[in-house]
Design a protein around this ligand. Structure first.
Ligand code: FPP
Length: 233
């Protein structure tokens, strides 16, 4: 790719958006409610985020639903989340198919409950032809672990695993909930991502918040290590 190609204007919306959905628990406790209610509200927000991203032309949306470190949470909360993921996927499947959205999961499957893996695999099969947007959900995901697993292999096996593990580059990472870190999410893919840390808890994330983040993204000059456009004679 020539240097001039790298300096073309930033598109209005990110081609690949990654979202760290944080703040569900705080959303609930701030209202005197149990944490699970925050996750249920979060699932509503997931539906709106997916619909909005597809509407405005985001090509790939990757959502961080459950990190491999989240196994440290109470067993009841982990079980609740897995049930919620499975029922959400089941309920949204027809809409994903109708809207041309391809669904897939990244992360480890071997530790997930069978009904969740079944729901994921059905959704992956039935949405495989979707071309409008690719929605990925990260469950039992660790960026470091997935890279280490690939790098531990050798020769052709390593190349094949890296190829299957590394996603297309992320253009914009949005993290809700006020924390300012990546928490082992898409570390390699975010090498040149723009970062947006929003002080809103995930259940309260609105389409207006997304549009504001996209407008800010569109105003940034992404140089990928090159010189600023204005300094090119
Ligand atoms: C982080 O908030 C959120 C999670 C660990 C779960 C994310 C799950 C959803 C948004 C529900 C639906 C998702 C799908 C894909 C159907 P937190 O619990 O860490 O909040 P806290 O930091 O305030 O405690």
């Amino acid at each position: 790719m020539s240097p001039m190609r790298l300096l073309t204007a930033v598109p209005r919306v990110p081609g690949h958006l990654a979202v760290i959905m944080d703040g569900n628990g705080r959303w609930a406790t701030q209202r005197g409610r149990p944490r699970w209610m925050g996750h249920v509200r979060g699932a509503h927000t997931v539906r709106e985020v997916v619909a909005h991203c597809a509407r405005v032309g985001v090509g790939q949306l990757t959502l961080y639903a459950f990190s491999s470190d989240n196994w440290k949470r109470p067993r009841e909360e982990v079980g609740f989340l897995f049930d919620l993921f499975a029922s959400h996927i089941d309920r949204q499947l027809a809409s994903l198919v109708a809207n041309g959205i391809r669904f897939s999961m990244i992360g480890r499957r071997d530790r997930l409950p069978r009904p969740l893996v079944d729901a994921i695999e059905v959704a992956e099969r039935r949405t495989a032809a979707g071309r409008r947007m690719h929605l990925r959900v990260a469950i039992d995901y660790s960026s470091r672990e997935s890279m280490q697993g690939a790098l531990a292999l050798d020769g052709a096996r390593q190349a094949a695993r890296l190829d299957a593990t590394i996603l297309p580059p992320v253009d914009l990472v949005i993290r809700t909930g006020g924390e300012r870190r990546l928490s082992d999410f898409l570390l390699w893919e975010s090498a040149y991502a723009e970062l947006a840390f929003l002080d809103v808890n995930f259940p309260d994330l609105s389409t207006a918040d997304l549009d504001a983040a996209f407008a800010d993204f569109a105003s940034r000059e992404r140089r990928f290590g090159a010189v600023p456009i204005k300094e090119i004679a």
